[in-house]
Design a protein around this ligand. Structure first.
Ligand SMILES: Cc1cc2nc3c(=O)[nH]c(=O)nc-3n(C[C@H](O)[C@H](O)[C@H](O)COP(=O)(O)O)c2cc1C
Length: 157
């Protein structure tokens, strides 16, 4: 089953987890949305979409992709994942990130946690994270069990 893993990522965490999802599955192709202008979904049997939350919102590229491809995404098995650091808000953020029609259709939906990577943040991002999350150094809270769970739900090979 050929799977397209379509993601976007600011500092590389979603990218790392998209790569982790694809590991061990020959039929998975990962595609960074902000690097692609046109994606042909017809070549895939199933699709996974993933993005990360910044200031309460998923990337605009992912929002637009979901909107522009809703019809096609509803014709295939679908997985949706989200990266974020605010555990308590993840359910609400997930609902804001992905349209209801896709959430209902998805076979697998997971929050993979996230990372604050200070070395990759600009001055303003560092300031926001220090002020709002009260975190001052690189921190990782990735839920690899959720990644494995999605793999078991979507890849049967
Ligand atoms: C400026 C900034 C704002 C963020 N805002 C949120 C937020 O509102 N909610 C949340 O759960 N995580 C938030 N995060 C955490 C990111 O979702 C986390 O760093 C994630 O791993 C980023 O993934 P990426 O590097 O693939 O984009 C924020 C991170 C930064 C740097």
């Amino acid at each position: 089953m050929k799977t397209g893993i379509i993601y976007d990522s600011q500092h590389g965490t979603c990218e790392k987890l998209a790569t982790e999802l694809a590991k061990g599955t020959e039929q998975a192709v990962i595609i960074k949305l902000s690097k692609k202008t046109k994606i042909d979904l017809s070549e895939f049997d199933q699709i996974i979409v993933g993005g990360s939350i910044h200031a309460g919102n998923i990337q605009q590229t992912i929002k637009a992709f979901c909107q522009n491809h809703t019809h096609e995404l509803l014709t295939k098995p679908l997985g949706l994942f989200l990266c974020g650091m605010h555990d308590k808000e993840m359910d609400a953020q997930f609902q804001t990130a992905y349209p209801e029609v896709l959430r209902k259709h998805a076979k697998s939906k997971h929050c993979f946690g996230g990372e604050f990577l200070f070395g990759k943040m600009n001055f303003f991002e560092r300031m926001i994270v220090k002020r709002i999350a009260k975190v001052k150094e690189t921190t990782s809270k990735i839920d690899y069990r959720a990644v494995e769970q999605m793999k078991s739900e979507l890849f049967k090979d």
